[in-house]
Design a binder for this molecule. Structure first.
Ligand code: THU
Length: 157
């Protein structure tokens, strides 16, 4: 028997001003995308922006449905759309932000979105950087989905 420890490294910026331009611009695209959310049930608008290896940015927003589980998170709308449009381009970075009651707010990918990100990492054999908007305008940057979903499911089928 061995006791083991898992360490998760991440960066926290105090504000968007501290971010390198490429990261800040992606977060700004995610912020813009909150305006396209269809969220009449939760009233929680989420925007996501994905940057691909060739520099293309694909945005997404949460799309809800009266049959609640039929809706989809902003992150998966962006990732699936990116993959459908540019299936040969690796996903390099994803930014996500919430918007409710007139203000941007914290959003962190749910478990199902983390599982989908993990598969794009293995599909393209590259690490995805994830930017999450946090309360007070801080930003969390995590590199590698393994830090978001340790011991996630994978199988050789
Ligand atoms: N949601 C996202 O789109 N992304 C997240 O990271 C968290 C949750 C959506 C799902 C639902 O439409 C609404 O936010 C409230 O949960």
């Amino acid at each position: 028997m061995k006791e083991k420890e898992l360490v998760i490294n991440y960066v926290e910026y105090d504000s968007m001003d501290e971010m390198p331009a490429a990261e800040r611009e992606l977060m700004e695209q995610a912020m813009k995308a909150t305006a396209t959310a269809y969220a009449p049930y939760s009233r929680f608008h989420v925007g996501a922006a994905v940057r691909l290896a060739d520099g293309t940015v694909v945005t997404g927003s949460n799309q809800e449905n009266i049959a609640y589980p039929s809706g989809l998170c902003a992150e998966r709308v962006a990732l699936f759309s990116a993959s459908a449009q540019k299936p040969d381009q690796a996903v390099e970075m994803l930014a996500v932000v919430g918007y409710t009651e007139g203000e941007y707010c914290e959003a962190s990918p749910c478990g199902a979105c983390r599982q989908v990100m993990a598969e794009y990492e293995s599909r393209y054999a590259n690490t995805i950087t994830v930017l999450c908007y946090l309360s007070g305008g801080r930003i969390r940057r995590i590199t590698g989905v393994k830090s978001l979903l340790p011991f996630g499911f994978d199988a050789e089928l």
